[in-house]
Design a protein around this ligand. Sequence first.
Ligand SMILES: [Zn+2]
Length: 158
Amino acid sequence: MSKELELTGRIKVFRCPNCSEFVNLTMEECSFCRSPIDHDAAKVAAGKQETLNLAVNNARYVKILAQTMPAFYGVALIPFMGWIGFWGFLLLAFLVPIMSVRRWVSFGKMQADEPISKRSRHNVKVAWAIWALMLVLFSPILLYHSVLIWEILQSSLM
Ligand SMILES: [Zn+2]
């Protein structure tokens, strides 16, 4: 067992080059097709697999964040609760691009042609579409709250 494996305590998997099933890195042979495992090649493959998984999860988070925007938008329209929706929406409106840029910085160089990576890119595109649409819908609320904040500031200064 390598030091890395002992430290993280996580089971690393990689795709068997022979049968494409996911195999535990610590195995001596593939548990599906019984072909022997080249541990150095397997370690490289496991690392790639882990990066791919991170990229896929990251895309999923970005999409979930964008999909939460309409909920906060709805709350922003409710009297007396509007502030919660307003600040929640603003937070998400910043988080979606920040997470997307972070994703691009971390995984942009990865040229994985796997279908799963295409699906993640699609997820990010969907997130950006929701984000743009929600910002357009949100702009009157933003204006309204800005005027309110401005009035509160002015009255407290006088
Ligand atoms: Zn196999």
